[in-house]
Design a protein around this ligand. Structure first.
Ligand code: NAD
Length: 341
């Protein structure tokens, strides 16, 4: 059985990956998470009693800690989710994004490289480092076109710039040291356990409380939404069968303007918990646009589809209905305010 170091495993996507991996008994999972405001141990409650889960609170930039964990658990894979991830926060305070996403990633790479170099030949052949990144590194699209593995890097926000930088370091470690790394660039995820500052959970929690639903600018900015379960299924496939040194684009075939996402959420709430003659969409308010707000993202995922047979399975209409129901039932998870895709 594999032994995987999962950084950021108490966050939104990382915890889904941990729950999915343990539920399928695929690997021993060593979670390293510093539990920032975005990390929540409750996200791992479902698997807390599993003998396959080992949790450590700590920073990816702590080279000694990472080296110790890799050695102690004889890790043969690292999947790197840990990051500062909220674009609005990166606009207000970019320094933290440089520290975690760039410096932290470099430190993690160093520790993992030394671990890799200490392995015997058979172990080295099996070792993998998977860096989980975003389509935001490519900047914005106009009305047409899609990002793919060959798109040029042109990040707009400090968050995107920090992720772009980390991608470059991961690729450089492959080219310079032959370190067996892979990169995935994925579109916007949705699903349960996401921090409430992000667009979908924020809209649902505010709607339930009867608060205004802020939508940036004209609401026409487009994102390609992917259910987090589909994303984690893709990550497991890349870890298992992806070619080292390669990048894989992952997307949901589900382009939607932000305003349409908010309207779908409102329509589902109207149907499930609404009252006659009122609609949750009456709460929608357009607010000043985010500075540097990318207009559109869309992903061409034909490489991972043709090489590994992955494609998204959860259609947005049913996925968002399930997601809204989950947040309604878990209202207590909503603790912060804000909204951004
Ligand atoms: P998240 O903000 O929900 O979780 C991040 C996790 O990392 C938290 O648990 C946090 O405590 C932990 N963390 C932060 N700094 C740390 C540090 N220095 N050391 C250890 N742990 C630390 O993020 P998410 O939405 O789950 O995203 C996970 C990864 O996926 C990120 O790298 C992000 O760039 C990438 N990604 C996210 C999306 C998306 O739509 N959410 C899309 C594509 C790619």
């Amino acid at each position: 059985m594999k032994s995987i170091l999962v950084t950021g495993g108490a966050g939104f996507i990382g915890s889904q990956f941990v729950r999915q991996t343990i539920a399928a008994q695929l690997a021993k999972v060593i979670v390293l998470d510093s539990l920032t405001y975005a990390g929540n141990l409750g996200n791992l409650e479902e698997v807390a009693d599993s003998a396959l889960l080992h949790f450590y609170r700590g920073d990816i930039a702590d080279g000694g800690l990472v080296a110790g964990l890799l050695l102690k658990h004889q890790c043969d894979a690292v999947i790197h989710f840990a990051a500062e991830t909220h674009v609005d926060r990166s606009i207000r305070r970019p320094g933290k994004f440089v520290q975690t996403n760039v410096v932290g990633t470099c430190s993690l790479l160093d520790a993992a490289l030394h671990h890799y170099q200490s392995m015997d030949e058979v172990e080295r052949r099996l070792f993998r480092f998977l860096h989980v990144s975003t389509d935001e590194v490519y900047g914005q699209l106009g009305e047409s076109g899609q990002f793919s593995e060959t798109s040029c890097y042109a990040p707009s926000s400090p968050y995107a710039a920090s992720k772009a930088s980390s991608d470059h370091f991961v690729r450089a470690y492959f080219k310079t040291y032959g370190f067996p790394s892979l990169i995935t660039n994925c579109s916007n995820n949705y699903g349960p356990f996401q921090n409430v500052e992000k667009l979908i959970p924020s809209t649902i929690s505010k709607a339930i409380r009867g608060e205004a639903l802020p939508v940036y600018g004209t609401g026409k900015n487009v994102r390609d939404w992917l259910h987090v379960e589909d994303h984690c299924r893709a990550l497991l496939m890349v870890l298992e069968s992806g070619r080292v040194g390669e990048t894989y684009s992952i997307g949901g075939d589900s382009e939607l303007a932000n305003i349409d996402v908010v309207r779908q959420i409102c329509a589902h709430l109207d149907k499930t918990i609404g009252v006659p003659d009122k609609s949750f969409s009456d709460l929608i308010r357009y607010v000043d646009d985010r500075p540097g707000h990318d207009f559109r993202y869309a992903i061409n995922h034909s490489k991972i589809t043709s090489e590994l047979g992955w494609r998204p399975k959860i259609e947005f209409h049913s996925g968002i209905a399930r997601t809204v129901d989950w947040y309604v039932q878990n209202n207590g998870l909503a603790t912060q305010s804000g909204s951004s895709p």
